[in-house]
Ligand binder design. Structure first.
Ligand code: GLN
Length: 196
């Protein structure tokens, strides 16, 4: 199995390490690798869109036309996971900040996102979440977005306060936090199993 971690900007390498570890744990032959090459993305079986700055990542994936490949893969049913800034890019609906910055979204999920939703007091924090299908998970939030609203075709996997922070729409997974920044690979394992 080939897992493409989109290497535009942000915590790319951490996702590569976590996904490779998850593959080994599951005993699945394959490899996760960093790429922004259209062909490599097209040939992959699953795609991870890391966190970073959604404005910058958006510009880079559109400039390299890799955005089109991600959309195509998602439409073909390949698993796509967006974490933090990556989750913003998966959304069909952005908030005022997304609009103000003219961030082009991939529009793959029927969700409404809010950038930097947790404010200054809670800019970065770690908290235990109860995630559907996974269980208790120590989640790292860094200037995280929140999902304000989801359509009925979207499965809510975890909430924090009144916000949705993990959800799934068929083969697409959006997380407000950073599963690649802890040693716990269960989310990456869950994602990999979506490809099977
Ligand atoms: N605040 C960033 C953004 O809105 C996301 C932060 C992150 O990915 N850690 O793009």
């Amino acid at each position: 199995m080939k897992i493409a971690v989109i290497a535009a900007q942000g915590d790319v390498e951490e996702h590569v390490v976590a996904a490779n570890k998850a593959l080994r744990k599951l005993g699945i032959e394959g490899k996760a690798f960093a790429t922004i090459d259209k062909e490599e993305v097209a040939e992959s079986d699953a795609i991870i869109l890391p966190g970073g700055e959604s404005t910058t990542i958006s510009k880079l994936i559109h400039k390299s036309s890799v955005a089109e490949e991600i959309k195509k893969a998602a439409r073909e049913g390949k698993p796509v996971m967006g974490t933090c800034a990556g989750s913003i890019l998966l959304a069909k609906h952005g908030d005022e900040e997304v609009r103000k910055t003219k961030t082009k979204l991939l529009e793959l999920m029927d969700i409404w996102v809010k950038r930097n939703a947790f404010g200054r007091q809670r800019e970065s924090f770690q908290i235990r979440l109860d995630i559907k299908g996974i269980g208790e998970f120590e989640a790292v939030f860094i200037r995280a977005p929140a999902i304000l609203k989801v359509s009925s075709n979207v499965d809510v996997l975890a909430k924090l306060d009144d916000y949705v922070v993990a959800c799934q729409q068929d083969n697409i997974l959006a997380l407000s936090f950073h599963p690649e920044l802890t040693d716990d690979t269960r989310i990456h394992e869950y994602f990999i199993k979506m490809a099977k």
